[in-house]
Structures are given as C-alpha cells and as structure tokens.
Design a protein around this ligand. Structure first.
Ligand SMILES: *[C@@H]1O[C@H](CO)[C@@H](O)[C@H](O)[C@H]1NC(C)=O
Ligand SMILES: *[C@@H]1O[C@H](CO)[C@@H](O)[C@H](O)[C@H]1NC(C)=O
Ligand SMILES: *[C@@H]1O[C@H](CO)[C@@H](O)[C@H](O)[C@H]1NC(C)=O
Ligand SMILES: *[C@@H]1O[C@H](CO)[C@@H](O)[C@H](O)[C@H]1NC(C)=O
Length: 354
C-alpha cells in the first residue's frame, strides 16, 4: 500500500518541527556547554593577568559606544500569568562611527548607518541633512560568537541637540532568528491609565512577528522609547501587546536603565574586568537561558499553545490584513509615525535558513 505523496509531505512537515526544535536546542546547548567554561577560563586567566595594571579594561571612546545598565521586565497577564526580570547591560553603538569590535564582529548582523538613513530620510523634516544626524543602535553585543537580541532600536539623532528624530525597531524571534524592522515615532504625550497614573503614549504599530512562539498574531504593539538617548542619564524602552480581541492589553516588556558612568563605561560586558564579567558577562547566553527557561515552563506547566513555525509568508499576510500601515487607521494616529516601512528578513543561520 502506498500513501499519497501529499500526505507524506505534510506528515514530514509535522514531524520536522519538533525534530528541528530538538536539534536546535541541542545545538545551542552544546555551544553553551562548550563555550561557557572555555570563555570563563580564558577570561579568568586574562583578568588575573591584568589585576593591578587595569590596562586590560576596554576603554572605547564614548562617542563610539555608551553602555546602559538596567533591568528587563516581562509581564504576561493572559491567558496565563507569568512574569520575570533579569539584569541587562546594553550598548548604544554610534553606527556613524562604530568601535572596531563592532566592525569586525557584529556589523553584518544589523543595518548600517547608511541603510537606516535611507529608510528614514523621507520621514525627517526636509531641512535635516545626512550630515546633521548620527545613527545609534541600542543592542546587546555579541559575546564569544553568540548573540541574542529579541529587540534592538536604531535612533536617528540630531547631532546638535541629541534629539531623536525617528526610531527604527528591529525585532527578532526566538528560536528561528527571523527579523522585522519598522520605523516608529513614540510621541512625547502621555495618557492616564486605569490607576490614574501618567503613561507614555508610545507608537501603535501592527504586531508583525510572533516573537515568542507562544503568542498569536492578533494584537498590536505599542512601542515607546525615551528621547535623547545619547545625552540622557536614563533610558527606557517598552513594548506592550495591546488590543488583542480576547485578552486586551495583555503583555508588557520593558528595559529601564541608567547610563554606565563608572570606570567600565567604555567596556563591553566581557571586557571590563572581573567584577563586570561576573555581574554582566555572557549576556546573550544569560538572555537565552531566561527565554528557554520560560519556554519550558510555558510548555510543561501551562500547556501553552505553540504558534509560529518559521516562515514569513503567513506573517506578512496576517500583518497586511491589519491594514495599520498608514493614516487611515484610527490606531496609528496615536503617535504612530507613518509610514512604518515594515521590512522582514528571513532567518540567517542554521537550522531555520531556507
Ligand atoms: C557619532 O559619530 C559621529 C561621526 O563621527 C559624530 O559626529 C557624532 O558626534 C557621534 N555621536 C555622539 C553622540 O557621540
Ligand atoms: C554629525 O554626524 C555625522 C555622522 O553621522 C558627521 O559626519 C558630522 O560631521 C556630524 N556633524 C557635527 C556638527 O558634529
Ligand atoms: C522616537 O522619535 C520621536 C520623534 O520622532 C521622539 O519624540 C521619541 O522620543 C523617539 N524615541 C526615541 C527612541 O528616542
Ligand atoms: C513624530 O511625532 C511628532 C509629534 O508626536 C510629529 O510632530 C512628527 O511629525 C512625527 N514624525 C513622523 C516621522 O511621523
């Protein structure tokens, strides 16, 4: 007896999902298992070697990169209640004049200053020219070949005042590593929330990626990023999932941080001596731990629904159906910043690359 080939292929598709997930978890765990001890040992050697001399601490010019140390909070209210927090130190890289480590290792994973200028130039006031702005990216730097950045933000900053003209967000899903980028404009106003407290408005944009495979595509995002990133002592970035037909405003994520002005201000987390290494070293590995730890809890304890296998076609379709791209939508009016210029990028690395 022979099965029709369509059944075989759909069977294969269904089977390949858990297999791929299993393989990738195995692959990343292996990398972490091998990488972390080697890295720690190496760093320990380096740090012991440089104790006293202090010259080993990386000292990048603050015009090239600045660091913000803070806390990431995740709160999900429905259909299950879950929350967690972890510390994170992120870099604000000046893409118009990036440090050498950026050029060597990470630049090709993100857009460069020219590409950001190309996608925002029509949205800034016409008297602003390319020479008047510098482009900055808030992201968690790669650590020993591994990077993990659910959300990064590009800021188009007016050199003279430090004011941010447009922001572009770059959201990447786990575990596939697919990316979506969109312009947004978080307005400066605020609204009163139910408890009567002032809440920043933020930009409403269509949810354009699952991000967490445990969330469907129904809601919209409200993104807020504080202004004057290169000047202000404090930095805040929040993403909410709002307007879900069933759960309403059900998810909140935030990064609230202070500029690092200490001795280690110019150093990446793994290159600022032992104390910083202990507190914030191997950040991408730590983020991955939090993400996968939560995923396992969600699967085992909550029996959460798993959405979003890799592949962007369906996601494009669902996003376009929301028709939130421009002024016609009442939701976009709230500091939306139009047009969002949503652009997707498929997975770059094994095993999701197609
Ligand atoms: C970023 O680099 C550009 C080009 O060197 C420079 O003009 C600008 O002042 C830098 N921005 C900051 C905030 O240091
Ligand atoms: C502003 O930044 C750009 C790089 O983006 C740089 O070429 C230019 O010289 C800067 N202008 C001033 C006034 O610092
Ligand atoms: C985003 O841009 C708007 C202006 O277009 C600004 O008011 C807001 O503070 C910016 N947010 C960030 C991330 O700087
Ligand atoms: C960003 O928002 C401000 C006020 O909220 C508005 O004046 C400006 O035109 C907006 N910019 C874009 C690119 O939408």
């Amino acid at each position: 007896m022979s099965l029709p080939s369509s059944t075989v292929s759909s069977l294969l598709q269904i089977l390949s999902q858990p297999a791929l997930i299993f393989l990738s978890v195995w692959y990343y765990s292996f990398r972490a298992l091998v990488g972390i001890p080697i890295t720690l040992f190496w760093q320990l050697l380096l740090s012991i070697h440089s104790l006293g001399s202090k010259t080993r601490i990386e000292r990048e010019d603050e015009r090239k990169v600045q660091f913000f140390d803070g806390i990431v909070t995740h709160v999900r209210k429905l259909p299950m209640r879950r929350s967690f927090r972890y510390p994170l130190r992120m870099a604000l890289v000046n893409l118009s004049n990036p440090p050498t480590w950026w050029r060597k290792k990470q630049a090709n994973l993100h857009l460069n200053a020219n590409e950001i200028w190309e996608r925002t130039r029509e949205d800034v006031p016409s008297f602003v020219k390319e020479k008047d702005v510098s482009i900055h990216l808030l992201t968690s730097p790669m650590s020993f070949g591994y990077h993990q950045n659910p959300i990064s933000v590009y800021y188009v900053v007016l050199n003279e005042t430090g004011e941010c003209l447009v922001n572009v967000t770059e959201v990447t899903n786990t575990p596939w590593g697919e990316t979506v980028r969109m312009n947004f404009n978080s307005s400066k106003g605020s609204v009163q929330n139910r408890k009567g407290m002032a809440e920043p408005l933020g930009a409403h944009v269509p949810k354009s990626l699952h991000v967490s495979p445990f969330m469907d595509m129904e809601s919209n995002w409200r993104i807020f990023a504080s202004d004057m990133p290169t000047v202000s002592k404090h930095l805040k970035l929040t993403v909410d999932c709002v307007e879900h037909p069933e759960y309403g405003d059900f998810f909140h994520a935030a990064f609230v941080a202070k500029r690092d002005e200490s001795d280690t201000r110019g150093a990446r987390n793994d290159c600022g001596g032992l104390r910083l290494l202990y507190r914030r070293g191997l950040s991408p590995h730590r983020i991955a731990y939090w993400i996968y730890h939560q995923a396992i809890l969600l699967l085992w304890k909550e029996k959460a629904t798993f959405y979003g296998p890799p592949g962007l076609d369906e996601i494009r379709k669902l996003t376009n159906e929301k028709k939130m791209h421009c002024k016609v939508s009442s939701v976009v009016r709230v500091g939306g910043g139009c047009p969002a210029r949503i652009a997707w990028q498929p997975a770059k690395s094994w095993p999701w690359q197609t």
